[in-house]
Design a protein around this ligand. Structure first.
Ligand code: F6P
Length: 547
């Protein structure tokens, strides 16, 4: 069943017509306690969703809808290891990676908790050895550079979290990332490192992803040319579910850090795919990162929906997407260290919920995943915020605002905070014609000039936003925040009746690229595709002929 099939749908649809006639500003004037009533908190994170065009009645309907969709039961199924990723016949247990208390979760009769503990301990020991200089390169030198070779879920989490937690990072090791198959990516990293002091971390759940394996093989070639074949074992480790292929690559078994197939790629940084994060911030801080996520998990499992942050996040999104027809959501962190969070959430949300077939195999006739984009504030303010304020589309904005910076200098942080909060107010309030006119008059403009400019100076306002006020970005709060988004994505999947945990959509391009590699290598003129694809392939071949 999807949200449209619940008994609440028509009632809520009717109520949305009424709310469409109200502005968020009116809703605030009508209720002086709106902030208190439409915000909630957990630990050091406050979630304020009051600047949305919704009221208590709409929230009550949405909560009832969640109940009609058996959300509580579905949450339990996920945590209990039911194979909810039914298209791939897999359980979805990234939450177990950060659970320190549960003693047993069985999948196919096997207790995954034992495996998770074993994998974590092996990873932690290796991390400590590298950080302490006990693990040495082939020439006896300590590791100074760690290069993560991986893409998608085997890249974005480590990249985002290492940047987000830079204040906690060891100064003794530099971290680099090679993800793209574009030779520039690897070339630029290789220019910065020395083989004797480098550890390559091949991060790939499958150990078959073309980009990753092409990069890993090029890195291996570079290393072998300088230090010889024997050095591979001292300079490579693997994070993968595929021990066999990692072994065939030349990585000793003891340096292959596995994880179960009940962990999806985009949900995997909490386990061994998080090894670079653990190496950067240390085992204790990594445990705090997991602890933060676990706190969010327990909150998600046990809190009533009207105070449950990930559930509320999802309800607000569903409301905006499916009742007010917004198509995009912006992630706007007001912290330089969170600059990769929008990229990370793009994969989490769009790879999970960018689906158009429901769980019964039927085409879907309502909107599912929003388009996610964003950038750190205040940079975004000077580029795409124009569209947020005056564009034809309304975008739901998530403002992520840490109260304290790790770099408090003069008034920088106060100004940053003021900017973030001001944006939420500006989007909601807008500027009326009368206000704009008064402002222009104050600048000494003539009536004729004012008449001409006025339409451009008006802001309709009434644009939705959520604000996460976070005391400070720490391993705990980052863990909580990301887990909130994971669970929000899950809840949305329940409303839309889709499997949020497969990603078949990425396959077709991969398959076709293989054929085109073959075509690019052949001496024949290519005629087997449409005329554009043939034309492009043949033109590339002609242009590369002189190489
Ligand atoms: O983009 C598809 C995908 O399968 C992602 O879900 C995954 O995170 C990424 O490719 C990398 O896959 P792997 O870890 O197997 O190399």
């Amino acid at each position: 069943m999807n949200f449209k099939e619940t008994s609440q749908y028509n009632l809520l649809k009717k109520h949305s017509v009424f709310l469409n006639g109200m502005s968020i500003k009116d809703l605030f004037s009508d209720n002086p306690k709106r902030f208190e009533e439409f915000s909630t908190s957990l630990g050091d994170i406050v979630f304020d969703y009051s600047k949305n065009q919704l009221d208590k009645k709409a929230m009550d309907f949405l909560i009832k809808m969640a109940e009609s969709l058996d959300l509580k039961l579905k949450i339990r199924d996920m945590f209990d290891g039911v194979k909810i990723n039914f298209t791939e016949k897999r359980a979805v247990l990234h939450t177990a990676l950060r659970d320190n208390l549960t003693k047993s979760i069985k999948v196919d009769g096997i207790n995954v908790i034992d495996d998770i503990k074993k994998n974590f301990d092996a990873m932690a020991e290796f991390v400590n050895d590298v950080r302490d200089g006990k693990f040495k390169g082939a020439t006896g030198e300590r590791i100074l550079d760690v290069v993560n070779i991986g893409i998608g879920g085997s890249y974005l989490g480590a990249k985002m979290a290492i940047e987000a937690l830079k204040p906690y990072k060891t100064p003794l090791i530099n971290f680099h990332f090679i993800s793209n198959i574009d030779g520039t990516d690897i070339s630029e990293v290789l220019k910065k490192i020395e083989p004797e002091t480098t550890l390559f971390v091949v991060a790939s759940k499958t150990f078959t992803t073309d980009e990753t394996m092409t990069n890993a093989n090029s890195a291996k070639k570079w290393l072998v040319e300088k230090l010889g074949e024997k050095a591979v074992k001292n300079h490579f480790c693997a994070l993968s579910t595929n021990k066999k292929l990692a072994g065939e690559f030349g990585i000793p078994e003891i340096q292959v850090f596995p994880f179960g197939d009940y962990v999806g790629g985009r949900y995997s940084m909490w386990g061994t795919i998080g090894l670079p994060i653990c190496m950067a911030i240390g085992v204790d801080n990594f445990k705090k990162f997991l602890g933060g996520a676990n706190l969010a998990d327990e909150h998600f499992r046990n809190t009533d929906f009207d105070k449950n942050i990930p559930v509320l996040m999802a309800l607000v999104s569903i409301w905006n997407i499916n009742f007010l027809e917004t198509v995009a959501e912006a992630v706007l962190p007001y912290d330089n260290y969170l600059k990769y969070l929008p990229l990370y959430l793009q994969q989490l949300v769009m790879e999970s919920n960018g689906k158009s077939v429901d769980k019964n195999g039927n085409p879907i006739k309502y909107q599912t995943s929003p388009i996610i984009f964003g950038d750190e504030g205040t940079n975004g303010q000077h580029s795409f915020y124009q569209l947020l304020h005056q564009g034809t589309e309304k975008i739901l904005c998530d403002f992520i605002i840490p109260v304290f910076s790790h770099n408090e200098i003069g008034e920088h942080q106060l100004k940053l905070l003021a900017n973030g909060i001001a944006q939420t107010e500006a989007l909601m309030k807008g500027k009326t014609k009368a206000e704009a006119e008064e402002e222009l008059r104050g600048q000494g403009m003539s009536d004729a000039e004012i008449k001409k400019l006025l339409p451009y100076k008006e802001f309709t306002g009434n644009r939705p936003s959520n604000t996460f006020l976070i005391k400070r970005i720490t391993p705990e709060t980052l863990g909580m925040l990301v887990a909130f988004y994971e669970h929000k994505t899950f809840v949305e999947g329940v409303f839309w009746d889709i499997n949020s945990f497969d990603q078949f959509g990425v396959e077709l391009g991969k398959q076709l690229a293989k054929n085109i590699v073959r075509d690019l290598k052949s001496d024949e003129i290519i005629t087997s595709h449409d005329s554009s694809t043939n034309g492009l392939i043949n033109m590339v071949k002609t242009l590369r002929e002189d190489m």
